[in-house]
Design a protein around this ligand. Structure first.
Ligand code: ADP
Ligand code: ADP
Ligand code: ZN
Length: 212
């Protein structure tokens, strides 16, 4: 099974992906998490990607497509959950082609629909575990102990790209470069919309129904 999560920055993709992947034994592939790991490790790819990420711009397609291709066949799980990829039409087409050559295809894409006002509230209050990448929110989803990850105890951080200027740019980039991806899957009859504006548990319930 191959599921693609779509939605703006802050829509709740990562939060829902962690739960769904655990429940359905899917491998959770989050390109943002993979990139941040490259940055933290100081690799060449990480160094090249960091400036784009900090500004809230997209990392170039050839880098992203190269990064995902080798990971599409992942043993030891019942399928893949792609979170944060594809983010451009070129990435969506490259994904279709890579899957087609392996006799596979995207089974379903889930679009988490959230208003811009709510996205800004979520990103402004987000803190993130630099170790396991779990996201928290100051008011909507606080950790049990202040500034500490519930899962691994690591001190939480604020992402550089969750600052106001970068957030504005990310939302703009999403509107111009990523919204065409929604139409790509809609046209293919593979887009399911979930009301992402609801509380985390309610979104989780709707998602479970959508995925079946
Ligand atoms: P969020 O889900 O909060 O929008 P991510 O963690 O998915 O953020 O991504 C963080 C940053 O990593 C993006 O702003 C972008 O710079 C880069 N990135 C992640 N995925 C992609 C992608 N598929 N294409 C290009 N850039 C990406
Ligand atoms: P994305 O991966 O789409 O960028 P995240 O899962 O990181 O989004 O969520 C963004 C922020 O919003 C985090 O601070 C998270 O705790 C919070 N959040 C996620 N889902 C909800 C929700 N349904 N209601 C309120 N806050 C949420
Ligand atoms: Zn953690």
């Amino acid at each position: 099974m191959l599921i693609v999560f779509l939605g703006a920055p802050g829509a709740g993709k990562g939060t829902q992906a962690k739960t769904l992947a655990g429940k359905k034994n899917l491998t959770h592939l989050a390109t943002g998490d993979l990139l941040r790991a490259e940055v933290a490790a100081g690799t060449e790819l990480g160094l090249a990607a960091k400036a784009f990420m900090d500004r809230g711009d997209l990392v170039p397609d050839d880098v992203m497509i190269g990064m995902i291709q080798g990971r599409l066949a992942s043993p030891g799980s019942d399928g893949l959950l792609l979170d944060g990829f594809p983010r451009t039409l070129a990435q969506a087409q490259a994904l279709d082609e890579a899957l087609a050559s392996a006799g596979a295809s995207v089974d379903q894409s889930i679009y988490f629909k959230v208003s811009e006002e709510e996205l800004v509230r979520r990103l402004a209050g987000r803190s993130t575990c630099p170790d396991c990448q779990r996201a928290y929110h100051d008011t909507f989803n606080p950790p049990h102990r202040a500034d500490e990850c519930d899962d691994c105890g690591t001190s939480l951080i604020r992402r550089e790209d969750d600052k106001a200027d970068a957030v504005r740019n990310r939302l703009k980039v999403y509107g111009t470069q990523t919204t065409p991806v929604l139409d790509h899957y809609r046209t293919a009859g593979k887009l399911v919309e979930v009301d992402g504006e609801q509380a985390i548990d309610a979104v989780q319930e709707d998602l479970a129904v959508a995925v079946g």
